[in-house]
Write a protein that binds this ligand. Structure first.
Ligand code: BEZ
Length: 211
């Protein structure tokens, strides 16, 4: 069965570019991002892993640990990492899982047989510290993902985990947020001292509460 939002992300042990890992031990109490790519030594994947490495401090700031995965072996990952570092002007130091037996890909439903019988698609899973799955996205091999958007989702998830708000379309850190429908306007006014703007009874904005 495929993984769905709210499910517990399954644990696994795997060979990676930084040695053997136990997924849960690697994550500890952090948030996690596990993302698959079709293959090593491919152009779009090279840029994706470069972007991820370049955003290292942004992931760290948010207490997020990142792991990549493809069905290639460790020695191939190591050679390719040198190319990524050289061409993308970065240092890839997050683990890349060598899933040559497709164990993790199968566990996380990263192989979509009608797209490719053997390669993983571009899936990305965000996992909360309690190990529940908070986001799943899947892109085709021909489209590189936007890792600034991934950070934006992490910001929204971390905010909405702690406050009774949701984030509107295209929201960015610092912008007004939406009061969740389960709170009455009367309660919202007490709960959000920075103010509540009522556009419709079901559409109420408040300044971002944790700033
Ligand atoms: C790439 O990562 O560049 C790629 C991989 C498979 C198909 C097309 C592009």
């Amino acid at each position: 069965m495929s993984l769905r939002l709210g499910d517990v992300a399954p644990n696994f042990q795997a060979k990676t570019s930084i040695g053997e890992i136990d997924f849960y031990k690697f994550l500890g109490d952090s948030w996690g991002i596990l993302f698959s790519h079709p293959a090593d030594y491919t152009p779009v994947c090279t840029t994706e892993l470069g972007r991820t490495a370049a955003l290292k401090s942004e992931f760290e700031k948010r207490n997020v640990k990142v792991l990549a995965l493809s069905v290639d072996p460790v020695d191939k990952h190591l050679g390719w990492i040198s190319d990524i570092n050289e061409t993308q002007n970065c240092t890839v130091d997050f683990p890349i899982i060598a899933d040559d037996d497709k164990k993790v890909s199968t566990l996380y439903d990263f192989i979509h047989p009608n797209a490719s019988a053997t390669a993983t698609v571009r899936s990305l899973v965000i996992i909360a510290p309690d190990k529940t799955v908070k986001l799943i996205i899947t892109y085709p091999a021909s489209t590189g993902r936007n890792f600034v958007e991934v950070l934006r989702v992490v910001d929204s998830l971390q905010l909405t985990a702690n406050h009774s708000v949701a984030t509107p379309a295209n929201w960015k850190e610092g912008e007004d947020v939406i009061v969740v429908p389960s709170i009455s306007t009367e309660d919202a006014i007490k709960k959000f001292p920075k103010g509540v703007k009522v556009v419709k009874p079901y559409l109420r904005y408040t300044p971002q509460p944790n700033l």
